[in-house]
Design a protein around this ligand. Structure first.
Ligand code: CP3
Length: 342
């Protein structure tokens, strides 16, 4: 599998590429199959999950499928009342803000994500041998931010207030979230995923010192608890240029890089200890100019090659963040062709 080879210092048979949010609204077949069905309920229908996961792989010939799910799926499965609102994101019915709220945090029973693990079985049956299936979960900080704020946030005020002013409560809460994340990842690994990605999408809101003191220990426990499976772990966040080294210390084989930093510079920041994943700006796919697309892909590939020449174990091509919903599916297919042709 090219993706596994690139993640582990091997020689991939071709340059591996997949895109965060490759399954989603950019695909007409996704919009059709999702019509009239809620996002969250769709994540608990095994056949639908398998079909949506396969759609971008069939259409674009990406080297990996990423499980169609969401970071809040295990929270919902554990019994937390929440929904995913189109155009907004996760919304929590009763935000968790006090010691009494934290004490009521449920545990995740792996049987309650049975639809997810069934879907993984179906995907593995259909996926060609050379393509990898990536499982994923939200990291404790990013999940905490939704649970505390009650929904998406720009400033993470309440989250940081708990973190800074009530560190004991914070650590208890983060530990309970980490337990859910570990259970969810282990269920996916037991079902046979080939790699996993831990999404700490919003960790970039933190200073390096805050990340290391209040967040890294919990993410490190998650990574340690899945290490025995021996599958490559990818650790990703947005706006994390200053955190890349700390996020690598947490324990990972691949560091995800957003579009702000060239890959060779990112690789240097982590001492070439791990492979790099990224990092085409998602808006490049919206620019509507093939020459621009080619030039920007070349730029990312060249930086990835410089990273490898300097000692990084490999490069997995991806975007710096997710595919934007109004991206033309044809442009995504074209990008994959260009990347594979280089
Ligand atoms: O193709 C893939 O990448 C796999 C599917 C995937 C989804 N969510 C499906 C989804 C993955 C990996 C996620 C993870 C996720 N969910 C993250 C981490 C990744 C990141 O983007 O940083 C986060 C922060 C969330 C929370 C969340 N869920 C947001 C911010 C949104 C977008 C809200 C919107 O409507 O714009 C969602 C909903 C969501 N998750 C959609 C998809 C395809 C869109 C909803 C829909 O199609 O109706």
């Amino acid at each position: 599998m090219p993706l596994i080879a690139a993640a582990t210092g091997g020689t991939p048979s071709r340059r591996p590429v997949w895109f965060m949010r490759q399954a989603g609204r950019s695909l007409p077949e996704y919009r059709e199959i999702r019509a009239g069905r809620g996002m969250l309920e769709s994540c608990f229908e095994a056949e639908l999950v398998a079909e949506i996961t396969m759609q971008p792989v069939r259409r674009h010939d990406t080297d990996a499928a990423i499980l169609f799910s969401d970071i809040v799926v295990p929270l919902r499965a554990a019994g937390i009342d929440l929904d995913i609102v189109a155009g907004t994101g996760p919304v929590i019915a009763s935000p968790i803000r006090t010691a009494a709220d934290v004490a009521k945090m449920p545990r995740l029973d792996p049987s309650s994500v049975g639809a997810v693990t069934s879907a993984i079985g179906m995907i593995i049956d259909e996926l060609p041998d050379e393509k990898s299936l990536i499982g994923f979960a939200g990291a404790p900080f990013t999940l905490a931010s939704y649970l505390i704020e009650g929904g998406p946030s720009r400033t993470y005020e309440r989250t940081k207030a708990m973190m800074l002013a009530e560190p004991e409560l914070w650590n208890t809460f983060m530990g309970r979230i980490a337990d859910i994340t570990i259970t969810f990842l282990r269920a996916q690994l037991d079902a046979g995923v080939d790699a996993l990605q831990l999404f700490d999408s919003w960790a970039g809101a933190l200073s390096k010192a805050q990340y290391e003191e209040y967040v890294a220990p919990h993410s490190a426990r998650v990574m340690a608890e899945v290490a025995e499976y021996g599958v490559p772990r990818i650790h990703f966040g947005v706006n994390t240029g200053e955190l890349l080294s700390s996020m690598t210390d947490v324990g990972t084989e691949v560091i995800g890089v957003d579009w702000r930093l060239p890959l060779d510079e990112a690789a240097a920041r982590v001492g070439h200890r791990v492979a790099v994943q990224g990092n085409l700006d998602p808006t490049v796919l919206l620019a509507g100019d093939d020459a621009v697309l080619e030039r920007e892909i070349d730029r990312v590939v060249a930086a990835g090659e410089r990273a490898i020449a300097a000692g990084a174990p490999g490069h997995i091509f991806n975007l710096g963040h997710g595919v934007m919903p109004n991206t033309d599916a044809g442009v995504i297919t074209r990008a994959v062709e260009l990347i594979h042709a280089l």
